[in-house]
Write a protein that binds this ligand. Structure first.
Ligand code: G3P
Length: 224
């Protein structure tokens, strides 16, 4: 399972990219709206791409299919490597079909059920994004939904990549990997939580302290 960063924060993305295990970034209008309003979102997106390379999903804000297709074309004019993120609504599926016929990569977002995911696959989506955290928020077990989607993908031989999105904690990551998601797109704080462990920090401190002690004792031994 690959890791993407789910963020539009340049400092977080810069740090995550430097860690060496991130292969893409997903953004959405809410994430962009959390950032400095003085910066044009287009500039921000190009800056992010420079840092990470690889996958970068950029979401359309139109809700009619012609508007979505037009917006996708506009995005591709200033950022040809974009994956176009489209909401999984009836108009979004129609837009996805048109874009997929032109080999334009799409990420069908705001998916909450296996049937939405299957519709996205059949409309030619490149990626299907299941929002796990938001399902759990309404007491609906997102892991079972993801397992169902992954099982269907296996049985049917579907080719789109399953993205586990709306990740809230490291358990989501483990369960997504076990279920067979191809990608997890992860907020920066969860990314950091998932690579840190108190025993690693304690163990490292112990190694460094012991090495210092060894050096001091060797110095003493040489003098004597
Ligand atoms: O990738 C989807 C994500 O941005 C939504 O996450 O935490 O707003 O549900 P959240």
């Amino acid at each position: 399972m690959q890791f993407y960063v789910d963020s539009a924060n340049i400092d977080h993305i810069r740090h995550a990219a430097a860690l060496g295990f991130i292969s893409g970034v997903t953004t959405n209008p809410s994430l962009l709206a959390k950032e400095d309003p003085h910066i044009d979102p287009k500039i921000r997106i190009l800056e992010i791409h420079k840092l990470v390379g690889g996958h970068l999903s950029v979401e359309v804000i139109s809700t009619d299919f012609k508007g979505m297709v037009k917006e996708a074309e506009d995005i591709l004019d200033w950022f040809p490597e974009a994956t176009i993120k489209i909401p999984t609504i009836p108009e979004g599926l129609a837009a996805c079909k048109i874009l997929s016929k032109q080999n334009i990569p799409t990420n069908l977002t705001l998916i909450f059920s296996p049937t939405q995911a299957m519709a996205a696959e059949n409309a030619g989506a490149t990626y299907v994004s299941l929002f796990m955290g938001r399902l759990d928020d309404i007491s609906f077990d997102s892991i079972n939904v993801l397992k169902d989607i992954c099982e269907i993908w296996d049985v049917q031989g579907y080719e789109s990549q399953i993205i586990a999105a709306s990740i809230r904690n490291p358990i989501h990551l483990i369960e997504a990997a076990k279920a067979g998601a191809h990608i997890a797109t992860v907020p920066y704080n969860v990314l950091m939580q998932s690579i840190r462990h108190p025993l690693t920090d304690i163990g490292l401190k112990q190694f460094l302290d012991d090495y210092d002690r060894l050096q001091t004792e060797r110095q003493k031994a040489i003098i004597l």
